[in-house]
Design a protein around this ligand. Sequence first.
Ligand SMILES: [Zn+2]
Length: 229
Amino acid sequence: MSIAAEKVREQLARYGLKMAASGLVAGPWGNISARVPKEELFVITPTGLPYGELAGKDMVVLNMQGEVVEGVHPPSSEYMLHQAIYRARPEVNAVMHTHSIYASALAVARKPVPPILEDLVQMVGGGVPVAPYARAGTPELARVAAETLGSLGAVLLANHGVVGVGRTLEEAFIVCQIVEKAACVYIWACLAGEAAALPPEEVKILRDHYLLSYGRHLLREAPFHRQGR
Ligand SMILES: [Zn+2]
């Protein structure tokens, strides 16, 4: 196994702990993956094991056909979801899937998060749509999730949870946190009255500012980031 793949495995173990500590998942649910730089591979968390007990050696390496290249455990049951996103989005280097509470509430109500907050539209590029329902761990879920995600940074999975993507693991992690916060704010805003969405031209200005300036520091934390992908 290459040094690059070993580094990504260690990073995933760290982000598994961060994801669990953040409260975005409970128990072994949710999953995280990241590409291996300059190789047609990605690394994903194993299925059904608690994040607090995972080390780099427990992570599973797959090729872009979804075949296990190296690993002592089976990969996350959602490996096809991650694979579909990497195949559709060359610039995405990391994918995080969580079952966070407020995002899941909207996923159950099958209501998208409108583009309501500055940090949301900066990180996601707009609101967060809801993919049609498909059973967890199926090729159908992978297909509808990647299709509904489109060029955005996050998608809700009906009656299930949320997927956030990023150019780095740190970015995908923050996307999941921001989406959860926005889902909470949206629900409270609806209770307080009416939630006002930002107009498309404002969303574009905020997103461009994030991509060109404000968000650049998130790329420095990722030695596996590939420029120009
Ligand atoms: Zn799930």
